[in-house]
Write a protein that binds this ligand. Structure first.
Ligand code: AMP
Length: 380
């Protein structure tokens, strides 16, 4: 089928869908987004918008009539919806791969079954099982809801010595994953894309720095030994093959002081730690996703320049509707501003990001810091 006859359907209408639609628009490829009834930054860019809940059967029919092939930008979509879209027009990645990544318990079991390095963990359903789990994985551990969670949501760190009956009761969920707390040295992530023909390309790993559990900066190249970067790519590719994946995926890692790498989680879609690829790589993660979903050959993930991606969160805004003064950023001649068009800035909401290019990470980091200090108010 020719490109002009294709319509890319994106389930979800957030900033990832917005950037995907931008990549599509550049090629004159039509897009339709399905918002889930939520605020949809992608609606300004997409050709068509289906504004219905993700479990609305009529919304699903309309979406499948308008699109010729589909993908997701958000994994918390009911499984029935994913299966219906797949049966009607084809969904990449597959509903099975999304189901594995959208649910922590399934994700951890998948890692264990496929012998992929991960933190030791136990699945628990009550306070007694929590007690046993803490004995097995160690007193310093992290309890996470088994179902959907991201950016540190649905997590509780246990330090040892807590009343576990109370901890379980307060956590109030049906199933949880209890995993060892990992005293990591760094966090890394690898974006891998796999095309319709099974070919894979991996981007250079990003070194991720979090602020209050949310990504603050991604640094590429990551400041770790080349053999660790290679190993991270190899493990990420093993994950992709085990999932029989088509599309782009983000695989997040903990790096231990002794060089060991453990997979923390997978995101079955473009990922925040891949936003630098828009300005700093031959082909961005978004165009790569289009190519994989449409069945086109994948492009080069080559890094063209060292880069630091800085997330622009709501707490940098002066108030809900007043963005920071970007003077400082525009004064930097190799900084690229990306804003998502969200109406209201709040606390940790992702409002945009900026990519800073330069000769080396050492040269870029002080520039990032200078911009950040200009925007962050005293109370942050
Ligand atoms: P997650 O939602 O699982 O990606 O966790 C969000 C962040 O919490 C991670 O990026 C880590 O910084 C931290 N975290 C999660 N799990 C662990 C763990 N087992 N040990 C140490 N830190 C963790």
């Amino acid at each position: 089928m020719r490109l002009k006859d294709q319509v890319l359907g994106v389930i979800g209408g957030g900033q990832l869908a917005r950037m995907l639609c931008m990549a599509a628009r550049r090629m004159d490829l039509r897009t339709v987004i399905w918002t889930g009834g939520l605020e949809a930054p992608a609606s300004e860019i997409a050709d068509e918008v289906v504004d219905a809940a993700f479990d609305d059967p009529a919304g699903c029919v309309t979406f499948c009539e308008k699109a010729t092939v589909a993908t997701v930008e958000f994994e918390n979509i009911p499984k029935e919806t994913l299966a219906q879209v797949d049966a009607a027009i084809g969904l990449h990645p597959s509903p099975e791969a999304i189901a594995t990544c959208q649910h922590r318990e399934r994700e951890k079991l998948f890692l264990r079954e496929n012998d992929i390095p991960r933190a030791s963990f136990e699945v628990v359903k009550n306070a007694q099982e929590l007690e046993l789990a803490v004995k097995r994985v160690g007193p310093v551990c992290v309890m996470k809801t088994a179902t959907f969670g991201y950016d540190g949501k649905g997590q509780l760190k246990l330090e040892g010595g807590e009343n576990l009956d109370k901890a379980w009761e307060d956590f109030s969920c049906e199933r949880a994953v209890v995993e060892a707390f990992i005293p990591f040295e760094r966090e890394l992530s690898v974006m891998v894309a796999r095309g319709a023909d099974g070919k894979m390309v991996s981007y250079d790993p990003a070194e991720n720095i979090h602020r209050h559990h949310i990504l603050d900066q991604s640094i590429v190249p990551a400041r770790v030994a080349p053999e660790i970067l290679l190993r991270a790519k190899q493990i990420a590719e093993k994950v992709v093959l085990a999932l029989d994946y088509r599309g782009i995926i983000g695989v997040e890692f903990f790096l231990l002081p002794d060089g060991e790498l453990l997979v923390n989680e997978m995101a079955p879609r473009p990922h925040n730690s891949g936003h630098h690829t828009i300005d700093a790589c031959a082909i961005s993660q978004f165009e790569q996703q289009l190519r994989a979903v449409l069945g086109l050959p994948l492009g080069s993930p080559r890094l063209l320049s060292p880069v630091v991606m800085l997330n622009l969160l709501g707490d940098m805004w002066e108030d809900e509707t007043t963005a920071p003064d970007w003077e400082r950023l525009f004064a930097d001649q190799e900084a690229f501003l990306h804003l998502y068009g969200k109406e209201k800035a709040q606390g940790r909401r992702k409002m945009g990001h900026a990519n800073f290019l330069g000769e080396s990470i050492e040269e870029i980091l002080p520039r990032v810091q200078a911009s950040k200090e200009a925007w962050l108010h005293d109370n942050h």
